[in-house]
Design a protein around this ligand. Structure first.
Ligand code: HEM
Length: 319
């Protein structure tokens, strides 16, 4: 890590709308890969919405002055999902990356969003790189001759297989670990700035092997969650991996060393699954730039690009 650029703890980048063209280009490619499924997301189309509350640990407040970490009970909406734009994808589809997007409903009426994925790293370092990966996927239909454009892209971009190989099929959305991947900056009451990455950890992680996953019913994860939560609340710990001096903050395709300290930020308790999940999720929009005082962007531009993409996708989904 010695030659890595130092983490950026200076003035954060402010959101702007300069990514609209790239965002439209990316959403177009999603439509090309998956086709149009009116009312569904172009990515993470299949999902389920639940509600719960978060209570921060006392250590969280030492890292960030955010009201999110004031120790009060903060309600949240959460959406668990399969990746890809097919609303009927089997929950056990090999290599499918699970998502967990949390929207905290702050006491002042504002929202703080943390959308996470169940992989250890993102497949590409930048939004433009991810656009190129999507293009390779779109140019590699099942009928394509081998090696496909995607095979070639993955061979020349080792971060792609490195990321995809960390995706597993959990036996429940409640038994998966989800990561924020992009680095953010926590600012505490004294003004101290600390780069972090979110990790949301369940009480236990359980993966199915490929044969077990293939034998599971189409919607086994979507069906599991309401039954599980009806019996008892599902608990996760929101945690923060703490960067050390020299750890880069702008490339989510590179993990930080495993020995970096991980701080428990508090407990997420999922207590209710919404019966009208389908209607609710259509109007839900998670934006990684929905932050609050005490949590800032780092020098990673991907959250800005993601918010532009999600906004465009939302507008076109609602068409
Ligand atoms: C430039 C990189 C990325 C692009 C272009 C991208 C693209 C998208 C798109 C188009 C959607 C559908 C949005 C909607 O229709 O509401 C989506 C959803 C989602 N993305 Fe990303 N994504 C990127 C990076 C990431 C990263 C780094 C994470 C987390 C670590 C992530 C997690 C999610 C999750 C959890 C959802 C589902 C949100 C929901 O349930 O509504 N994405 N992404």
């Amino acid at each position: 890590m010695s030659d890595a650029p130092a983490q950026n703890l200076s003035t954060p980048i402010e959101p702007d709308d300069s990514y609209t063209a790239l965002a439209n280009e990316i959403v177009d490619i999603f439509y090309k890969i998956y086709g149009t499924h009116a009312g569904f997301r172009v990515n993470h189309a299949k999902g389920i919405v639940a509600q719960g509350s978060f209570v921060a640990s006392s250590e969280a407040a030492t890292l960030s002055r955010a009201a999110l970490f004031d120790g009060s009970s903060i309600p949240f909406t959460v959406r668990f999902s399969n990746d890809g734009g097919f609303p009927a994808i089997p929950d056990g589809a090999p290599g499918n990356i699970k998502g967990m997007a949390i929207k905290f409903h702050m006491h002042d009426g504002s929202e703080v969003d943390i959308p996470m994925l169940a992989v250890k790293t993102f497949p590409m370092p930048t939004g433009e790189g991810f656009r190129d990966l999507l293009m390779a996927i779109s140019n590699s239909p099942d009928s394509a001759a081998k090696p496909t454009a995607l095979d070639e892209f993955a061979a020349s971009n080792p971060t792609v297989p490195a990321s995809f190989n960390t995706a597993g099929t959990p036996d429940s959305f409640a038994h998966e670990e989800y990561r924020g991947l992009n680095a953010f900056i926590f600012v505490n009451k004294a003004g101290h700035r600390q780069a972090v990455r979110y990790i949301t950890t369940p009480e236990k992680i359980v993966y199915l092997d490929a044969d077990e996953a293939a034998r599971k019913p189409l919607d086994f994860l979507i069906d599991d969650l309401p039954q599980r939560v009806a019996k008892e609340p599902v608990v996760f710990h929101l945690r923060a991996q703490i960067a050390e001096s020299g750890d880069q903050t702008k490339d989510p395709s590179q993990s930080w060393p495993d020995d970096r300290r991980v701080v428990d930020l508090g407990v997420l308790t999922v207590s209710k699954v919404l019966v009208d999940s389908h209607a609710v999720q259509k109007n839900l929009l998670f934006l990684p730039t929905n932050l609050t005082d005490g949590i800032e962007l780092s020098d990673d531009r991907m959250p800005l690009i993601r918010s532009a993409v999600y906004g465009v996708a939302f507008a076109r989904r609602s068409d």
